[in-house]
Design a protein around this ligand. Structure first.
Ligand SMILES: CC(C)(COP(=O)(O)OP(=O)(O)OC[C@H]1O[C@@H](n2cnc3c(N)ncnc32)[C@H](O)[C@@H]1OP(=O)(O)O)[C@@H](O)C(=O)NCCC(=O)NCCS
Length: 164
């Protein structure tokens, strides 16, 4: 169920937190391309976003996507937060917190036991109780996905894990 969340307080336009739909593909891809070009996130092809659209949640404000993130399952027990991002103009207003809270809530509803992420901003995840861990404990991720990444040999992302 979509939920209205007020991270910015009463003076901010209301935001809607909801699952992504086909109309969001362009917005998600464009935001991801922006942060990939800055090296903040790994790039994902538009087709990959289309194929994984059901994993994404978005936060919309005044008809625009201002934040998004995806929840991708490796197993029933282990899932990953990926493609977490907030538009440049909307950072620092609690929208990152809102999308992470939303993805954690969905993971709990699905009874996922462990939620992980690979990130350059571990401190953001630490705010939610994630702990920094060794990547090697996620062979599903390393040998299923990372092995195809151009950074595989020199990965500098940090693994974080939340036990739900
Ligand atoms: C990381 C990102 C999603 C945070 O979104 P945001 O809306 O600015 O974050 P919020 O305002 O909700 O802040 C949530 C908490 O994280 C903290 N935080 C935000 N950015 C941070 C950073 N770069 N480093 C450390 N802490 C940070 C905030 O202080 C806040 O803590 P608090 O609630 O205790 O005050 C956003 O900066 C972004 O899109 N960055 C580019 C893409 C990226 O790096 N994504 C992460 C990939 S895993």
């Amino acid at each position: 169920m979509p939920a209205n969340v007020p991270p910015g307080g009463l003076h901010k336009p209301p935001v809607t937190d909801r699952p992504a739909n086909n109309d969001d593909i362009e917005g998600i891809h464009s935001l991801l391309s922006h942060y990939a070009s800055l090296g903040a996130l790994l790039p994902r092809a538009r087709t990959e976003i289309e194929e994984n659209l059901s994993h994404f949640r978005v936060i919309e404000q005044q008809g625009e996507i201002v934040a998004c993130g995806s929840l991708e399952h490796f197993t029933d027990e282990l899932a990953e937060i990926r493609s977490l991002m907030v538009t440049e103009g909307s950072k620092g207003q609690g929208l990152g917190r809102a999308i992470i809270d939303s993805l954690i809530r969905v993971a709990r509803e699905r009874e996922v036991g462990r939620l992980m992420a690979l990130t350059y901003v571990p401190d953001v995840f630490h705010k939610f109780g994630f702990k920094t861990v060794n990547k090697e404990i996620f062979p599903e991720k390393i040998w299923g996905i990372c092995v195809n990444c151009y950074k595989f040999q020199n990965c500098d992302e940090i693994a974080v894990l939340l036990e739900l």
